[in-house]
Design a protein. Structure first.
Length: 207
């Protein structure tokens, strides 16, 4: 059984497309996509050979070692073919941007960054990707922002660059409480701006 986070990522993958999971680690996502017939053309890659030994063991548990290729690659550098969809999950935004900067990219990217979502949204907008879906899920104690990007242009407001398109009330309330706490500690006016913006976004979400 995969985690709620990985399931939410899998739910954004379109059916019957070729998919590469960059930084696959355990390969749970390719295994899930294959077993659930979301796609039979799925590969996993990782920068670490040692990690891929562990992934291979996981594939063997399900007799999928001949079905799901595993590739050693720093980002897209050694990926030998084009995939329609790439997933980049569980990494930081700066690593993700470094990876995206060195490749001809697929039309669809599904990204779950652990941090710096403003930087991620700004960068993706700059390189010609629009947000086609954004969801935030809570898995155990953590909120995870998952964004599905498609090639295309869009104008994004500062509110969306900062807080995204998820409209997840619980997440925004969590952010609000966090920024109120930080503001009370540090008295940095930047957080006062975030607090005002979040209050105004929250007011508009139907309950
Ligand atoms: C925290 S794990 C996330 C695993 C999985 N994607 C998930 O979301 O559960 C991050 C993985 O990314 C890999 N990684 C880090 N930098 C990478 C790069 N430049 N190219 C490919 N893989 C990378 C690491 O080796 C590690 O296995």
């Amino acid at each position: 059984m995969i985690s709620k986070r990985l399931k939410a990522i899998a739910d954004l993958v379109p059916s019957n497309k070729s998919v590469i999971d960059i930084g696959t680690d355990h390969a749970y996502l390719p295994i899930y996509l294959y077993q659930n017939k979301i796609t039979q053309d799925v590969a996993g890659s990782d920068i670490s050979v040692n990690v891929l030994k562990y992934s291979l063991n996981n594939l063997k548990k399900y007799q999928l070692e001949t079905k799901i290729p595993l590739l050693v690659s720093d980002g897209f550098k050694n990926i030998p073919r084009k995939f329609a969809v790439a997933i980049l999950a569980g990494m930081g935004t700066r690593t993700i941007i470094d990876i995206l900067n060195t490749a001809i990219l697929p039309d669809i990217l599904i990204i779950q960054s652990n941090n710096e979502h403003y930087l991620l949204r700004t960068h993706m907008n700059k390189i010609g990707y629009k947000i086609s879906r954004e969801v935030v899920i809570k898995d155990k104690k953590h909120y995870y922002v998952i964004i599905k990007y498609e090639k295309g242009k869009e104008v994004l407001s500062d509110d969306i660059l900062l807080f995204g398109k998820s409209n997840n009330l619980e997440y925004y309330q969590y952010l609000l409480a966090k920024y109120e706490y930080i503001y009370n500690q540090a008295k940095d006016n930047k957080y006062l701006v975030y607090i005002k913006k979040l209050n105004s976004i929250i007011e508009k979400i139907p309950v």
